[in-house]
Design a protein around this ligand. Structure first.
Ligand SMILES: Nc1ncnc2c1ncn2[C@@H]1O[C@H](COP(=O)(O)OP(=O)(O)OP(=O)(O)O)[C@@H](O)[C@H]1O
Ligand SMILES: [Mg+2]
Length: 268
């Protein structure tokens, strides 16, 4: 069964999309069957992986609201183990249209139920808001990964995100966990970056990933070529840091599986 990780922070421009596409690509390089679901009408994850659809072409919108089969929508990428469910600006309408639909918070969860078996990791790239699209991602997910930009007001909004996560856990998805908080755009020469990183680690303690994503020009250039950074410059600091993050997440999953097996052994 694949692990569904939702990349979420209602603050804009903190590195959600960069993280979703590059982390998924690193998983794919490790031969983990991976899928990126673009839940943002800005469609940055789609273009960043080389897919640009026009409005009206089958997309995540149709997958969620028109029962369009997955096979009509899924796109291959330049990496053998990585697929994409692309979005278009049509998804903007979903926020409004979903208001009238019964079970509207569970639409993504229901839509991907049959897919989970095909993948080891599914990453959902969320828009910068806590609307229905993000709520759908949280209800569909096993865990949430929260990128935090090493800038002023880094923790702004994290309180309301945590409150939303707790509400989802209480009412809609009891097994939702926090995969971790990820420091992004860290600039080692800048005192502020160090201060923010320290502050985040003090406040969120063991939930912060050891891997830190540096500010790195290769990460901002690669989407314009429709490529993840590992195919653009695998030796860049950006690529190396996302490879380290992927390893950290895979190791954590192995550790959980060992504990689960040990738990079963102890009971039998
Ligand atoms: N580590 C990094 N180093 C340099 N540039 C980065 C880094 N991470 C992201 N960027 C750039 O910063 C901008 C915002 O990043 P990104 O699109 O990933 O954020 P986002 O949280 O998905 O934004 P939105 O809220 O609009 O969806 C992009 O231009 C991206 O290329
Ligand atoms: Mg984005």
């Amino acid at each position: 069964m694949g692990r569904v990780i939702c990349v979420c922070n209602q603050k804009g421009g903190v590195g959600k999309t960069t993280t979703a596409i590059n982390l998924a690509s690193c998983m794919a390089l490790s031969e983990k069957r991976s899928l990126v679901i673009d839940m943002d009408p800005q469609a940055n994850a789609s273009s960043g992986l080389g897919v640009r659809l026009s409005s009206g072409e089958p997309s995540v919108y149709d997958f969620l609201l028109a029962d369009e089969p997955y096979a009509h929508i899924v796109k291959p990428t330049a990496l053998a183990y990585l697929d994409l469910l692309p979005s278009t600006q049509d998804l903007t309408g979903a926020e409004v249209e979903l208001v009238a639909v019964r079970g509207r918070e569970r639409m993504l969860r229901d839509a991907i139920a049959a897919l989970i078996i095909r993948y080891d990791y599914i990453f959902v790239d969320c828009p910068p808001s806590l609307g229905f699209l993000t709520l759908n991602a949280l209800v569909a997910a096993d865990s949430v990964l929260v990128p935090i930009q090493c800038e002023y007001y880094a923790l702004e909004g994290v309180g309301s995100l945590l409150k939303t996560i707790r509400r989802v856990q209480a009412a809609l998805n009891a097994s939702l966990t926090i995969e971790g908080f990820l420091l992004t755009m860290f600039d080692a020469r800048n005192n502020l970056s160090h201060q923010v990183a320290q502050d985040v680690r003090k406040n969120l303690a063991h939930q912060v990933f050891a891997a830190v994503i540096p500010r790195n020009v290769k990460l901002s250039e690669s989407p314009s070529f429709g490529k993840p950074v590992v195919l653009y410059d695998i030796t860049s600091r950006g690529a190396v840091s996302y490879l380290a993050l992927a390893k950290e997440i895979m190791d954590a999953e192995d550790e959980r599986n060992v504990q689960k097996t040990a738990g079963v052994g102890a009971r039998s």
